[in-house]
Write a protein that binds this ligand. Sequence first.
Ligand code: C2O
Length: 344
Amino acid sequence: DPIAPPDLSTCKPAEITPGGSETVPCCPPVMTKIKTFKPDLSIPLRTRPAAHQVTDEYLAKFKKAQAAMRALPDDDPRSMVQQAKVHCAYCNGAYPQVGFTDNDIQVHFSWLFFPFHRMYLYFYERILGKLIDDPTFALPYWNWDSPVGFPIPDIYTDPSSPLYDKYRNADHQPPVLVDLSYGGTNDDVDEQTRIDENLAIMYRQMVSGAKNPDLFFGHAYRAGDLNTQKYPGTIENMPHNNIHIWVGDPTQTHHEDMGNFYSAGRDPLFYAHHCNVDRMWNIWKTLGGKRKDITDTDWLDAEFLFYDENAELVNCKVRDSLEPEKQLRYNYEPAPLPWLFTKP
Ligand code: C2O
């Protein structure tokens, strides 16, 4: 059977490290009325731009929206604090599985990874749009699969901006290029070597090592399953995890903010990182062969709960997220795919 939506009333403190004793409260406000997700075809198509080349006009809008989200009271489910907790709750063991209460819901390390984060971004983006009364607002993506996009995008690094987060690695500020295989230590290679290595990783994770849905999406994860027996898909495993660790602040106990699931959603850069992860899903489906969505109904019918732009609780299924232009009304500004032609 598919993973069922959580029962919010059973939410418990989240574990900062899985199985560890240190906990943090991540439960969202409980609401008993739950709507069923329906695609809203009346909303304009939104195009997510590459973060390193946004216009001044776009940046002004984005900052205004992010500032408005930060200004909401902490108990509003649309606030920055609560949005970060959504991720924490689904990732750090706050929700027991309904009917299998010894096992918690975990949206990483399995086939739930791509669709969960897609819907999470969708609601986050709609909330930002609503806060500035602009239904065309779209999140930017961090174009980390291309050399021009390797550094942290500049718009996130101005300490006076609402897009800034102070808990990041001080040694990894622009113009330092991201290391897509970062494991916690800097190997000081020259720029050309970094570029070649990063592009080779992208080729492997998207093309040669991701020839079928199981490899790309990760292991099947069904109701009652223990998540620890699963494995992640290629992109989730690398570079997604590595980028989290590369951005997080190593002087913080748990590599806050980006370096731990419980705190990652506190950094606005998280959402740009995940937009590019999400973009990779779209691109992968265009690469041919068996690169298609999973057809197993235990995947298609897995369900999550999110708060929408009106602070109402919505139930979404994985099948609601597969065609973003049609179902969610967004797409990505195209960018070159240099890794596609760099077969190692
Ligand atoms: Cu839910 Cu990038 O992690």
